[in-house]
Design a protein around this ligand. Sequence first.
Ligand SMILES: [Zn+2]
Length: 328
Amino acid sequence: MNKKKIEALLDATGIKANPGEKGYGYLVVEGFPQEFDVPVVIIRGKKPGPIAFIIAGIHAGEHNSIQGAKKVSMDLDPQDVSGAVVVVPVANRAAFHARTHNGSPPDGQDLSNLFPGKPEGKVLERVAHLITSKIIAFSDVVMDLHGADAMERIIPHLYVPEHEESTEERDWTGWDLAEVFGIEIVGSIGSRKENGSAVHAGAALGIPSILPEAGSGFLEEEAIGIHFRGIVNVLRRVGILEGLPLIERQIKKVRYERIPSPKTGFFYSYVSEGQEVFEGQVVGEVTDYFGRERVIITSHVTGHVDFIKLTMATNEGNGLYAIVVDED
Ligand SMILES: [Zn+2]
């Protein structure tokens, strides 16, 4: 199984890797500065099997997911692999080195809204297109790793896109992968044929895909471990690595309720990530620059704070909080 697919993947990426070896290279964005080229590691097993794709750094400030992906690329021994594992440790290098968060040079675009990309588009649309057409198209699993950046706070959670299908050659769905990743809070996100992240591009091609989120913009061993162990569990689930996944916790299906900023100004939060909040509870406030006008923010649901955008600057309509509400 998949012998032709691995040959096609190597051909598309231009990266050389013999069976039982790792290959390294870049997807080159022709006609644009080198800083946009995408680093790729291919860990090619000796035995045939599925192809798993791990991508981090679509949001360049989400350091723990980047480190988790890098650790997988370093620690996996191709002798232990059946099939192949493809790792892009940092997809948006330009934003990473510019030390920006979600918006990226040269024009503030967010790579997580640009998949599947355009071959003749703006530079990051081309990056998305290269990743989709040269890697995702050949994959049997897509793991699009995220977390909080330095100005955000989250508790670990995981998204599964809607409408993805398993094919006969794969006996797993995105939900099966979510169940072994080791993150408890799992919600579905809509499918997006356009303007999505890598997880949406995978789902649109019928490839089981998940988007785990863990850690902040500062390196933390615990969060790196969540990404690393989750990936290893998924690789075991699909038979790329031997052994059974170590399932550490049951998943809890949730829905996400977002609280937008009521106005532009200074934002202050009264609650922290992980905290339980009740319907009608005051969770924060936005003031004008003089502190004379004050708009109280309340939660419209009872649940747990899953995400907070902690910049003091806020703009009307920006997402400030995500509250998770149990579905079970
Ligand atoms: Zn992200």
